[in-house]
Design a protein around this ligand. Structure first.
Ligand SMILES: Nc1nc2c(ncn2[C@@H]2O[C@H](COP(=O)(O)OP(=O)(O)OP(=O)(O)O)[C@@H](O)[C@H]2O)c(=O)[nH]1
Ligand SMILES: [Mg+2]
Length: 1062
């Protein structure tokens, strides 16, 4: 086997960056030089070879990650190009899972942007070895016309900034990318960075002097690292390469007289020396640019350059009339881009064996073996063996075979190679896809062993557990046969017979077995790989239906295919029976719909306006009020409901959780799910996840406590919270949401003949706030009480379900609740007599159902009573606008209810950067509108940031004189945004809407003809004929039998007569 197949000579890398920073352009040059001739060097940088989808070429952005195999100096390099647009960030996750190294690109003019933060975070999470590529250096010379020194300061600042971000992630300082971008210091100047560099920080991840930073111009195909120049100057300056390499970055100066390299302090007074990087690297480059592009430039410089470096530039290229082409011909031969990048990759990025050893704790975290698993030592031993061979990247054929599929992608059948490895014709029919002409391939990396054609493997889903047996586990494991294996060359596929550990391949034959991602293994005794982390979740939802109802079948099939072909899209059926498609953003949604129409369903579709989700909460109040109440009975803040049979009384008190705690619970939902299910996973060298979560919960609470002023209150609140955190029975909705079900304070107990339904502090125990509860059942009571207690125990699940249902759909518009704690006290009393027991179950239905409903209703009523508020999702938005378009940009932002956070002029460029929060509900069409109003000069990127309660009271009606004076008495239209949002959701969900089309009929009637109210009206029916509108006097009245409130609008009119007339 050739040398390049040795795992030591393999590198799996991906290119990561903010949108448009030049990833695909860079990939072009690497492919042109090392891709085996698939791309001609002349086309490199212009063709965008990896963007082979029509939609990608049309929009000029990458939308999916795809891989290509390159050969460079006996090394085999699998390069994955990833998209930079926020909507496709899931593809960054799939790319980085399969790679060991990440080339992080930053545009030297635009600098660090929000997706740069995101990709650095992704690289850090997946334990990739990153290298930094500062791209578009040519723009500093040609566009910004910076001097070499100014350019150096700018580059210095970018390197420093990127290092700052990585070190913040390392210290887990920031929870999200938005946090980190907001924490970025403002207005620092190059000088300060220089000072910082003085005390050479060994901890920095990216250090040009170490060789893991290169400076490139991907468009023109040139690039260099410091070592290239150090080697060149070593003999000229009479210093060793190593010394020069260190000296070529930072404040190091060359004193020609003494031929010594000195620091800033060693410079003679008044010296105008420039840092060596400026003097020896940037200045020559600037001179070449000036010589070539300036009409009066000294053309001999180019000749000298060609001569001294012995460059072979064809004379035809040198005689080109376009000075830019001449420049490119010379510089790309002087400093070839692919050499600079690929030699850095080989030197600084790990081979699969080395990489898998330290990525193991992320890929296959060590599992905690629970006590009841000790009997399965042979399974544990084999799973451990598999883990060991993944760690070692064991590529022997006898090693257990393990691979990870990070996504499935669809390829049109006609694109598949027509011949197999042996040159035989293949019959390309996809099994199980019906008449579809799409084939599904798995994008996979082999982590251990060898996989070969026709091999049977086990497909393990993320929930598979080799230690468990039975039906519940069986559904997480399937057996599949690998039909074909391909080496990926962008769009092209080269069939291969087998592939060894450390390689990236496309596998055919798993379409029916894998939906999005999975682990493949030759043995059942293998843990599945940990799930990938996605930066955002698909939040933009629309309902889809075929234009012609006959096409429903085709749409459903199309949706199934789309769901499999796109790693990030989510397809579901709503409670109302609509087919809902969830995408990451507008561009993603548009592409999904196009794919659906043209590839997967091939029918015309109707798309609803976006279905925005909201949350419901209450207005925050001081916790002090909570302090007073020990018992829920008789407290005016408490909602009380009784079951129809009168046997169970439910009392609910509601508290608002601190915002930080709610956010933490929401963000940790995956971890909480594992903890609550008892599946605690220990990451190898990190702190125990439960411990760190407990600490963060307490930190969140403490930050709330420290906001109170009085020292005395602080102590009291601390005690109170300690007590509360020991009483968490459940989280909701779906057992993991950001709402808590708290047990009543233990001092309250059964009173009289009734018995309390006692829960257990289950979640508190799991989180370690209390040690396992011992059920103290000390007193022995009468048989009757005992049976009642048993009944109470059996009703626990009803209380839990009532809480789960209530938190899943709040009273305002059936949206989930947000950040609430419910203290629920439900007590049951005995039947009055035997006969009543029999009667009641007939009359009122099952008792457990009654309890559940009572709990649910009490929770909902409690929220309504306590100043409910609607919570909306917020996008963090980064806008870049030329100064002359600031006016229109602010106008667009104002129309979208945006809140500006920061406005800043970008140093050295005419662009203004603005950070703002934009409500999700107002964000649709926002980037388009912005482009329209600013003639395309302004761009915006949106990232989902957080949930925020609208302070407005949805039920606000001006009552006092002052309020009436300020807001009017309601006769003029009052814009209540919260109410508008709630009504919008209710209307969409088919819930009753208290809508007053005409609020003050008497007032408005005076404007119109007074008599004959319902004569000469026009009757308007809606499409579904369920609602009836009446049009008169230029106003629309809406009559609906389902909703009495509508009659209010015409309350002094004779509605019955009107109906008769109709
Ligand atoms: N001046 C200059 N322009 C460049 C350079 N590299 C890339 N570009 C231009 O930047 C634009 C974006 O390049 P792409 O390679 O598509 O960027 P990308 O990072 O792949 O973008 P996405 O995949 O959409 O995230 C194109 O117009 C390129 O021509 C460079 O070094 N100098
Ligand atoms: Mg691209």
């Amino acid at each position: 086997m050739a040398d390049s197949h040795d795992p030591k000579n393999i590198r799996n890398i991906c290119i990561l960056a903010h949108v448009d920073h030049g990833k695909t352009t860079l990939a072009d040059h690497l492919i042109a030089s090392s891709g085996g001739g698939v791309l001609h060097p002349k086309q490199a940088g212009r063709l965008r070879f990896m963007d082979y989808l029509d939609e990608e070429q049309r929009r000029a952005i990458t939308m999916k990650s795809s891989s290509i195999a390159l050969q460079y100096k006996n090394h085999s390099i699998n390069l994955i190009d990833s998209p930079g647009h926020m909507d496709f960030c899931s593809e960054v996750s799939t790319a980085s899972r399969l790679s060991d190294g990440g080339l992080v690109l930053v545009d030297a003019v635009e600098g660090v942007h929000i997706q740069t933060h995101a990709v650095l975070r992704q690289a850090w999470i997946e334990k990739l070895t990153p290298c930094l590529v500062l791209n578009k250096i040519d723009r500093l010379i040609v566009e910004l016309k910076l001097s070499p020194l100014e350019a150096y300061n700018r580059l210095l600042r970018i390197v420093h900034e990127v290092n700052g971000i990585v070190s913040a992630y390392k210290s887990e300082k920031y929870l999200s990318d938005v946090d980190s971008i907001l924490a970025r210091p403002v207005g620092e100047t190059g000088d300060e960075y220089q000072e910082l560099l003085d005390d050479d920080d060994e901890e920095d991840t990216f250090q040009p002097q170490k060789g893991n930073v290169v400076f490139v111009c991907a468009l023109d195909g040139w690039g260099f690292g410091i070592c290239e120049f150090a080697e060149f100057y070593a003999s000229k300056l009479g210093a060793s390469v190593a010394v020069l390499q260190k000296a070529f970055w930072g404040p190091r100066y060359f004193v020609p007289k003494t031929k010594r390299i000195v620091g800033k302090k060693g410079l003679p007074a008044g010296s105008k020396a420039r840092p060596m990087f400026v003097q020896f690297v940037l200045e020559p480059l600037w001179q070449v640019y000036e010589a070539a592009l300036d009409t009066n430039g000294d053309k001999t410089i180019l000749e000298k350059l060609i001569k001294s470096f012995n460059l072979s530039v064809p004379p035809r290229e040198l005689q080109n009339k376009d000075p830019k082409s001449v420049l490119q011909s010379v510089v790309s031969r002087w400093l070839p881009l692919s050499d600079a990048i690929l030699s850095m990759v080989i030197k600084h990025m790990p081979d699969p064996g080395t990489a898998q050893a330290f990525r193991l704790s992320r890929l296959l975290p060590k599992r905690e073996i629970l006590d009841d698993d000790v009997g399965k030592s042979d399974v544990i031993a084999e799973a451990e063996l598999v883990r060991k061979s993944v760690e070692a990247c064991d590529s022997r054929p006898e090693a257990p075979c393990v691979a990870f599929v990070s996504k499935m992608f669809a390829v049109p059948m006609k694109m598949l190679p027509q011949r197999d490895v042996n040159g035989g014709i293949v019959n390309n029919i996809e099994v199980g896809n019906g008449d579809s002409d799409e084939c599904f391939l798995a994008f996979a990396r082999i982590f251990s062993g060898v996989i070969h054609l026709g091999q049977k493997v086990f497909v393990l889903s993320a929930l598979y557990d080799p230690l468990k047996t039975g039906d519940s586990v069986q559904k997480h494991i399937q057996e599949a046969e690998l039909h074909s294996l391909y080496l990926m060359m962008g769009q092209g596929l080269t069939p291969v017979a087998s592939a060894r550990a450390g390689n990236i391949v496309a596998i055919r034959g798993l379409g029916q077995h894998i939906l999005k991602s999975a682990t493949l293994s030759s043995t059942k005794n293998c843990w599945p790989f940990s799930s990938m982390t996605f930066q955002v979740s698909p939040t933009l939802k629309v309902a889809i239906e075929p234009s012609d109802p006959v096409d429903m079948g085709a749409l459903m099939k199309g949706l199934r295919l789309l769901n499999r072909a796109d790693p990030f899209v989510e397809v579901s059926v709503s409670a109302r029976g609509e087919h809902v498609l969830a995408a990451a953003g507008e561009v993603h949604l548009e592409r999904c719909i196009k794919d659906l129409k043209e590839r997967f369903a091939k029918v015309n579709l109707e798309i609803s306006p976006p279905l925005v989700s909201f949350r419901e909460t209450i207005e925050g109040e001081s916790l002090n009020s909570f302090d007073k109440f020990k018992s829920l009975t008789g407290n005016s803040n408490v909602i009380e409901k009784t079951t129809p049979n009168g046997r169970c009384t439910v009392r609910v008190h509601i508290l608002k959780l601190p915002d930080a705690l709610t956010k933490l619970l929401d963000e940790s939902s995956d971890l909480l799910e594992d903890i609550i299910a008892g599946k605690a996973i220990r990451a190898q060298d990190d702190e125990h996840p439960v411990e760190s979560l407990r600490k963060r919960i307490w930190d969140a609470v403490e930050s709330e406590i420290s906001d109170t002023n009085a020292e005395k209150d602080k102590e009291k609140l601390k005690l109170l919270w300690e007590n509360l955190l020991k009483r968490i029975w459940a989280l909701g909705p779906r057992q993991i949401g950001p709402n808590m079900l708290l047990l009543p304070d233990s001092t309250t107990d059964d009173n009289g003949s009734s018995v309390l339904i006692k829960g257990s502090p289950y979640v508190s125990e799991r989180l370690g706030f209390v040690s396992s509860s011992e059920e103290s059942e000390t007193e022995t009571t009468s048989a009757e009480t005992r049976s009642l207690k048993e009944e109470a125990d059996s009703l626990r699940s009803s209380v839990l379900s009532g809480f789960q249902v209530a938190t899943g759909s709040g009273p305002l518009c059936d949206e989930p609740m947000w950040g609430l704690a419910f203290v629920i006290e439900a007590s049951i009393s005995p039947y009055d007599s035997e006969s009543e027991a029999v009667n009641q179950s007939d009359q009122y239905g099952v008792f457990s159902g009654q309890v559940m409903t009572a709990v649910k209703e009490a929770c909902k009523a409690g929220v309504l009573q306590k100043n409910p508020r609607i919570v909306e999702g917020m996008y963090f938005c980064e806008l870049n606008t030329p100064t002359e378009y600031l006016g229109p940009m602010y106008a667009v932002l104002a129309r979208r209810r945006a809140r500006i956070l920061k406005e800043e002029m970008q140093e050295g460029s005419p662009l203004f950067t603005v950070h703002a929060y934009v409500p999700v509900a107002e964000s649709f069409g926002f980037p388009d509108e912005l482009r329209r109003w600013t003639s395309g000069a302004s761009s915006a990127l949106l990232v989902l940031s957080h949930w925020e309660a609208l302070p407005e009271d949805p039920f606000f009606v001006p009552k006092t004189e002052e309020e009436k004076e300020e807001f009017g008495d309601g006769s003029s239209v009052l814009q209540n945004t919260a109410r508008k949002l709630i009504d919008g959701v209710r209307r969409r969900k088919g819930l009753a809407v208290e809508e007053k089309v005409v609020q003050f009929a008497t007032k408005q009637r005076t404007l119109a003809r007074k008599k004959h109210y319902w004569t000469n009206f026009t009757q308007v029916k809606t499409e579904n004929e369920q609602e009836l509108f009446i049009y008169q006097w230029g106003l629309l009245f809406r009559l609906n039998r389902l909703c009495v409130c509508r009659y209010e609008i015409v309350n002094d009119l004779d509605v019955t007569r009107c109906r008769d007339n109709i």
